[in-house]
Design a protein around this ligand. Structure first.
Ligand code: 45D
Length: 322
């Protein structure tokens, strides 16, 4: 029987626990636009007491520089309008340009605005704003999340801002030919050991990803293979996966800890591995508890891998079917 992405998506589904991240984002989505901006400001500054993102490199900031310098020259009312437009996904020139940014450029853009807010150059929340009970409620829900989940909520809200450009053609906004690289701050983890796992494709995948060697990682996939990032649809085909990795998987530290492997009658293998991933934005200060669910075809190639955020650290041990 041929492997299908649809059936691959369901492997180990009965070992999964729903993540509180989408539930928190759903609460955020219900807020009005000023409440959204206020929530982000309070969540970010509260989080900043314990963890702060690393400053984006000059090359990455350069990509956002055009918008940032326009915004810096505006009156504070105009600045507030820009932020409202971004948060409500309005169709304006700035909100469109932002919509074409890559994920990491979007984060760099807000990082810089956050710095300007701390310096008092930009007003973080509309003048006269009063915190609503709704904002307080979402902030309390956010505080219950672990740091890895908190930064994922922030990341995903930032990604969803700006005009939705997915149906538009390519951007007229100048784009870098290649996504700027993240400088690795910790030594590359070269020898991969995962309790319970000897599958070469999986060990090779982790090793390649930890060296940002995406060509080597891609070569381990079948040509029709797919990668499903957390809370997203599968990305199908080597070319699409390679593009995604170059944009969003740079500088990650992947530390898988343990896994199980189940051989199927057709010779394919289903593996679930749990472990910790660190993003270059926060380095070693934030560990994200995740799982990889791999479907390896009988020839030893990766047909499918899903990356899922775990609901709790206990879930790291939760490999068996219940
Ligand atoms: O609106 O095997 C202000 C894949 C207020 C690849 C603000 C992976 C106003 C394959 C404060 C200014 C990638 C899938 C806003 C593995 C306002 C693979 C600013 C997984 C917005 C393992 C807010 C990788 C700011 C994973 C500046 C799981 C917020 C990666 C900044 C996860 C937030 C990475 C930042 C994550 C968040 C990164 C920098 C969750 C970064 C999060």
């Amino acid at each position: 029987m041929a492997l299908t992405i649809q059936s691959a998506q369901t492997i180990f589904s009965n070992t999964q626990v729903p993540s509180p991240i989408p539930a928190t984002i759903a609460l955020f989505d219900q807020l009005n636009v000023d409440d959204k901006l206020a929530y982000l400001w309070y969540a970010y500054t509260e989080m900043g007491k314990t963890i702060t993102p690393a400053a984006p490199g000059a090359a990455r900031l350069q990509l956002a520089e055009g918008l940032l310098s326009q915004i810096k020259q505006m009156s504070s009312e105009e600045q507030t309008k820009v932020m409202r437009d971004l948060a409500s996904r309005a169709d304006t020139p700035i909100s469109r340009s932002y919509g074409f940014f890559s994920v990491n450029t979007k984060l760099a853009f807000w990082y810089e605005l956050g710095e300007l807010m701390k310096q008092g150059i930009i007003t973080p929340i509309p003048v006269g704003y009063q915190m609503s009970p709704g904002v307080r409620f979402v902030l309390e829900a956010t505080q219950k999340l672990d740091p890895g989940q908190q930064i994922t909520v922030l990341r995903n809200t930032v990604v969803d801002m700006g005009f939705d450009t997915s149906d538009l053609g390519p951007s007229s906004y100048p784009k870098a030919a290649t996504e700027p690289a993240f400088q690795r701050t910790t030594p590359v983890i070269s020898s991969v050991k995962i309790d319970g796992i000897t599958e070469p494709a999986v060990l090779g995948y982790i090793e390649a990803m930890n060296a940002d060697n995406f060509d080597a990682a891609i070569a381990l996939f079948t040509t029709d293979g797919a990668l499903q990032p957390p809370f997203q649809k599968p990305i199908v085909g080597r070319e699409a996966i390679a593009k995604y990795m170059r944009e969003e998987a740079q500088g990650l530290n992947m530390m898988p800890q343990q896994g199980i492997c189940e051989v199927q009658p057709d010779g394919s293998k289903q593996l679930k591995i749990t472990g910790i991933v660190q993003t270059p934005w926060f380095g070693v200060t934030v560990g994200m508890n995740i799982s990889w669910r791999f479907l390896i075809n009988p020839e030893g190639k990766i047909f499918f891998v899903a990356i899922d955020m775990l609901a709790s650290p206990q879930e790291l041990m939760n490999l068996r079917r219940v």
